[in-house]
Design a protein around this ligand. Structure first.
Ligand SMILES: [Zn+2]
Length: 280
């Protein structure tokens, strides 16, 4: 039976990447991928629960180097959300961080792949009726294009308003091609949002690519052409996925995707008609 990913980690040299679960998410598959039909999902019954919903993970990543403790994204927060496209149940991120041996005050950097509600959920918490930053000692970083997309009054801020308010005087920008550490490079991967980022971690010949929501599900590895209702520019997102598949297929590369079920670390291999995702 498919389930959301649990706590797990991989090591590249002395860099450790840990998935910190926050909870799980259940998508209506044909609503999230509106160009698909029931026939398409015949092949992916193993990814669906008993009610036919696509099971996904919610969480964040910790990148540990000998000197640094970097959080990539910040989960969905302590809450339940039940909408038409998805239902989400979360609240475990800080206990997952504890399992890794750290308190929020130990985090020196938070980098956001993008500013959707399921990636900024733990940025603030309420203490004595006041919203304060959960990771008080961290620099908070995002690509400038991601921050400035909210300059457009037509962009709906409702789900992220608290996070944006808290970050307003704290946010700093880091752009595609720049580095968080010598081993961790920011990649501009637009489409899911205009300022979406992925992270390439390189240690010797080994690589990991933290994909954010470039691939919302492993089905998009096999079908990068499927439209994702959550992509703000679906055609650009498809181009980004196609380019990224070639990067992921480079030997000794591990892909890391937030919402994939069972296990968020995987390897992409070339097959006759495209690409396949295999959990590692
Ligand atoms: Zn997401």
């Amino acid at each position: 039976m498919v389930s959301a990913a649990t706590y797990s980690s991989i090591a590249l040299g002395d860099i450790r990447i840990t998935f910190l679960p926050d909870g799980h998410i259940l998508f209506d598959p044909m609503a999230v991928f509106p160009t698909t039909t029931a026939t398409d999902w015949q092949h992916y019954q193993h990814l669906l629960d008993d009610n036919g919903r696509l099971v996904g993970s919610l969480g964040a990543y910790l990148i540990q180097t000998p000197e640094r403790r970097i959080l990539i994204d910040a989960g969905f927060g302590a809450r339940t959300f039940e909408g038409s496209l998805f239902k989400a149940y979360s609240g475990k991120l800080l206990s997952s961080l504890k399992l890794a041996g750290f308190d929020p005050a130990d985090i020196d950097t938070v980098f956001f792949t993008h500013l959707h509600s399921d990636h900024v959920g733990w940025i603030g918490r309420e203490i004595n009726g006041e919203q304060v930053l959960t990771f008080p000692n961290a620099r908070h970083l995002v690509r400038s294009a991601e921050w400035h997309r909210f300059d457009d009054p037509a962009v709906n801020k409702a789900m992220v308003a608290d996070a944006l308010n808290l970050l307003e005087h704290r946010i700093e920008f880091l752009e595609g091609g720049e580095h968080l550490t010598p081993e961790v490079k920011i990649l501009a991967t637009p489409g899911h949002t205009a300022g979406h980022a992925s992270l390439l971690v390189t240690v010797g010949k080994e690589r990991a690519i933290i994909l954010g929501d470039t691939f919302h599900s492993e089905v998009l590895v096999e079908h990068p052409e499927w439209t994702n209702a959550f992509d703000s520019d679906p055609e650009q997102a498809k181009d980004t996925r196609r380019q990224m598949l070639h990067e992921l297929a480079v030997p000794l590369t591990t892909g890391v995707a937030t919402h994939i079920s069972d296990f968020v670390f995987g390897q992409v291999t070339r097959v006759q008609d495209g690409f396949r995702w295999q959990s590692v």
